[in-house]
Design a protein around this ligand. Structure first.
Ligand code: EPU
Length: 429
């Protein structure tokens, strides 16, 4: 298994290109199941999760063609996928595939909407909490699907197709909103989704579905209205930039010091995260080319932050912020309100010398003068990258084990950071 070795203490200077968003790419690829025509996606990041979803879709009979290199293209330019679900040959998504990636459960919506049936393994728990699918099931039931749970599988049936309905989510759920929009796009009649997720990735998927012929309005707000259509067609869509990757490198620059342009990063997708960085003492400015983040010499100020659905501070940046605050001058408090157990990075940060106390959903971080390198390991994607951030400022060498978590969600992380002066390398193993 590959490892990443980091020697701390190098400031970052230069440009980091931001890739297409993982959390938009995955539902966009799944949306291809809604049409027999080809969906072309540009700016797709080269990530392990994208490859895994390609295998899952392949099992349903979907062909995915990856476009070849084009003149002037750099290794950082995203890929173009041509996805064709002309003939769906299997409506079952088996345990061994779904258990590797939770978002693959979302195939249930387009499969039942287009094929009238789907049998999808329950995704189960994962390292950041129990993460149930009850609200996704509720949404499908509201659209007339019959649901049965048998042998660890959710079986959804709608022999005569889905019917529009009212879906009110008792809590904001990104996956629930994606599921509801996709299913409602091919349902007969109108669906109203209340308390929908505002996340920019929801809007990106809705924009793509509208290009495919869907009739969705209100995406990006808490009330989404979908007028069902009989059929969807092909389209070409460019995946929006990854706001979590942007925020992660912004925190890395704040941690290590330096001055970096996050090329293609969009401040409007990340305002709450950028505001916290400014409060902590980083300089942040939005330019036509992206977002510039700098910190020169001055110490970091502590912050009080609660994660929240968009436009609040994202849970997917909580671990990275905690890494940053380990070196602040004072005590910070970070409260995780989205997932009940998303603190797997705490014990690893402590191995680097951080002082963190956990009390339920609230972490108290007492800034220390310096961290010290150590071997570390993490059990989820964002936790892993928080260790990389901490290591950039730690004295000596840190070895991050289980790098496959990073490869799930960060494209060429070590190349992007080393191009800006970080002493980071991958050790194949
Ligand atoms: N929830 C339920 N029942 C459900 C669905 C969700 O109780 O049926 C709960 C969850 O347990 C959680 C809350 O609702 O407490 C919000 O979960 P949500 O459904 O919004 O999360 P998700 O759709 O499974 C996506 C992202 C996550 C991100 C969350 C929150 C993708 C592929 N995943 O997950 O991203 O943390 O939204 O913003 O879009 C990551 O990229 O590292 C990651 C975990």
């Amino acid at each position: 298994m590959d490892r990443i070795r980091i020697k701390g203490g190098h400031r970052l200077h230069g440009t980091i290109p931001i890739s297409g968003a993982k959390n938009a790419t995955l539902p966009l690829m799944i949306a291809s199941l809604l049409t027999e025509e080809t969906l072309i996606l540009d700016n797709v990041p080269r990530l392990a999760d994208v490859g895994q979803l390609q295998r899952i879709l392949g099992n349903h009979g979907v062909d995915v063609m990856v476009g070849g290199k084009r003149p002037g293209e750099t290794p950082y330019d995203g890929q173009t996928l041509h996805i064709s679900a002309a003939r769906i040959v299997d409506t079952t998504a088996p345990y061994d595939l779904v258990s590797k990636m939770r978002a693959s459960f979302w195939v249930i919506a387009p499969l039942v909407a287009r094929m009238g049936q789907a049998r999808v393994s329950m995704p189960g728990g994962c390292a950041i909490g129990t993460r149930p699918v009850d609200l996704l099931i509720m949404a499908l039931e509201r659209l007339g699907a019959d649901i049965e749970i048998d042998g660890g599988y959710v079986i959804a049936r709608a022999k005569d197709g889905l019917k529009g309905g009212e879906i009110t989510f008792p809590k904001v759920t990104v996956g629930g909103t994606h599921t509801a929009i996709m299913a409602a796009s091919l349902a007969r009649g109108t669906t109203v989704i209340e308390n929908a997720a505002h996340e920019p990735e929801v809007k990106d998927v809705a924009d793509c579905l509208n290009l495919m012929g869907a009739r969705i309005s209100g995406a990006g707000t808490s009330r989404i209205v979908v007028e069902g259509v009989a059929k969807l067609g092909g389209a070409r869509h460019r995946v929006l930039p990854d706001r979590i990757e942007t925020g992660t490198y912004a925190m890395a620059v704040a941690m290590a010091g330096g001055d970096v342009l996050l090329e293609n990063g969009r401040a409007d997708l990340l305002q709450a995260g950028l505001d916290v960085l400014v409060e902590a003492g980083a300089h942040v400015s939005a330019t036509n080319a992206g977002i510039r983040v700098a910190r020169n010499g001055a110490g970091l100020a502590p912050v009080e932050v609660k994660t929240a659905p968009f436009p609040g501070f994202p849970t997917d940046l909580q671990a990275q912020l905690m890494a940053l605050m380990t070196c602040a001058k004072g005590t910070s408090h970070i409260t995780e309100t989205i997932f009940e157990n998303r603190f797997m990075h705490v014990q690893e940060l402590v191995r680097l010398g951080a002082h963190i106390h956990l009390d339920g959903e609230c972490a108290t971080i007492e800034g220390v003068g310096k961290l010290t390198g150590a071997p570390v390991m993490a059990t989820d994607l964002r936790a892993s990258v928080s260790l990389v951030i901490a290591a950039l400022a730690a004295e000596g060498e840190t070895m991050v084990n289980r790098v496959y978590h990073l490869d799930r969600g960060f494209e060429r992380l070590e190349d992007k950071l080393s191009a800006c002066g970080a002493a980071i390398e991958r050790i194949a193993g």
